[in-house]
Design a protein around this ligand. Structure first.
Ligand code: URA
Length: 247
């Protein structure tokens, strides 16, 4: 170690390279996939000098990247994946061709759901957006079949035990009734699969349309389906604060 060099823990360095979150980076280390200056390093506390050390993951050199944070309106009937789906369904990848960086969705929306997805190459922030421990509220507007009655709403606010355990929304509000449908605003800070649909169907209603309108302080705003925009400095500051990260 030389005087003056700023050393960074290897798991943090890997997350700075947009590879993965710090926690997942530790798994890569333990799997022996990470080399520093040609030698496999499995020690979790290992520190590197970003100016001088050569770090490789699976034999490929990695370097810190500039982070980018994008708010994207996923349209209905697109998969929230960047991979190639086996069944030929459309994916969000084709709507993000103008973005040169490799950004990943921080969380998912179902194929037939729409609304706000955050895309970033900041693995640590993405991890915190998705992990329930950080309690980042996600707000959904949900059209459900039938008139949701006051008593049902009251029960909804108390939570429900689903097949994979108890869940409780942070908030449920009736926005309006329209013929035999109801529009609800539902806020959850967890991202278990189909959580909103399963929760609503527990109370005997079926989701007709699901749209995520906010993730923490970031709102969908006037984005149209398929459009994206970079987060403003203020949005990013607010998001980082909400996730317990320094602004
Ligand atoms: N809950 C769901 O049921 N689906 C989503 O896409 C998101 C939350």
């Amino acid at each position: 170690m030389e005087g003056g060099a700023i050393l960074v823990r290897l798991n943090r360095y890997l997350s700075m390279c947009g590879i993965t979150s710090r926690r997942k980076a530790e798994e890569l280390l333990l799997q022996g996939k990470v080399k520093v200056n040609g030698l496999v390093v499995k020690e979790l506390g290992w520190r590197v000098d970003p100016e001088k050390d050569l770090v490789e993951v699976d034999g490929r050199e990695v370097r810190p990247v500039a982070y980018r944070y994008v708010a994207f309106y996923k349209p209905c009937c697109y998969l929230s994946t960047l991979g190639t789906p086996p069944d030929g369904k459309k994916t969000i990848k084709e709507l993000l061709k103008d973005i040169p960086q490799r950004l990943y969705p921080a969380g998912r929306l179902d194929y037939n759901a729409e609304g706000l997805l955050l895309l970033t190459n900041d693995g640590e922030l993405a991890h915190r957006v998705m992990h329930p421990r950080h309690k980042l509220p996600k707000t959904y507007l949900v059209w459900v079949r039938g008139k949701v009655q006051g008593e049902t709403l009251r029960l909804m606010t108390r939570g429900a035990t689903l097949e994979d355990g108890f869940t409780k929304p942070d908030r449920v509000k009736l926005v309006k009734h329209q013929k035999d449908k109801s529009l609800l605003e539902v806020v959850f800070h967890e991202g278990r699969k189909h959580i909103v649909k399963r929760f609503i169907s527990h109370f005997g209603h079926r989701v007709l349309k699901l749209k995520r309108v906010a993730i923490g302080p970031v709102e969908l705003g006037d984005l149209r389906p398929g459009q994206w925009r970079d987060l403003s400095g203020q949005e990013l500051k607010d998001l980082r604060r909400a996730l317990g990260l320094s602004p």
